[in-house]
Design a protein around this ligand. Sequence first.
Ligand SMILES: Cc1cc2nc3c(=O)[nH]c(=O)nc-3n(C[C@H](O)[C@H](O)[C@H](O)COP(=O)(O)OP(=O)(O)OC[C@H]3O[C@@H](n4cnc5c(N)ncnc54)[C@H](O)[C@@H]3O)c2cc1C
Length: 215
Amino acid sequence: MKHVIIGNGPAGLVAAETLRRLQPDAEIALIGDESEPPYSRMAIPYFLIGKIADSGTHLRKSHDHFAKERIHLIEGRVVKVDAKEKQVEFASGERLPYDRLLVATGSQPLLPKVAGMDLPNVHTCWTIEDARAIAAKAAPGARVLQIGAGFIGCIIMEALAARGVKLTVVEMGDRMVPRMMTAKAGNMIRRWVESKGVAVHVNAGVTAITQKAVR
Ligand SMILES: Cc1cc2nc3c(=O)[nH]c(=O)nc-3n(C[C@H](O)[C@H](O)[C@H](O)COP(=O)(O)OP(=O)(O)OC[C@H]3O[C@@H](n4cnc5c(N)ncnc54)[C@H](O)[C@@H]3O)c2cc1C
């Protein structure tokens, strides 16, 4: 049996290890399109704070883990699944056959459809590559504006505040963490965050991002 898993985040990785336990003789290929060993996005805030190096985000720490488990790690972006031929196709044009296919490709940040999202110094904070770019710029005193104060936004906010940046957070909802917190709880979080020196604007939908000329 040849198992192919697209996506080497926590879901894909645990699926691969579970399959190995259940089927000692199966062939297992685990595909990811980031140039990193399988890692946890959940560890990114600790990387941003500087508590861990990027290797600390790796889901499995021993260098020979995947060889020992006989899980074949493949770096590449799958662009097509040919279910009829039972093959996946990579951006390079190469194909890989499978008996069983698991798609565990995770999700992506939801980008507001506003002008200026592609300007320099505008980042998402989703991948370790994003986090490296942010860490390189978020020096003490740097002015940072964060769009979004949801659950993940608040975790990132805490990490940025710990880096000593001058932080402003804008949230289109009427409170912080609007999808998880009541008005009372959201406003308590807001007061606490403001007491730490973070400026918070709620009911504030961003309509455009512009770049100020630096003289
Ligand atoms: C900063 C941050 C903090 C977070 N903190 C928490 C937390 O505290 N608690 C919590 O529960 N969740 C947290 N999350 C969310 C959590 O990280 C995700 O829910 C989790 O990563 C989902 O795992 P996954 O394996 O499904 O997908 P992912 O981790 O996204 O992995 C999927 C992988 O598949 C790859 N891929 C996608 N498409 C293709 C393709 N076509 N070809 C090849 N590879 C492909 C992706 O590049 C990625 O590497 C956080 C997320 C972030 C960004």
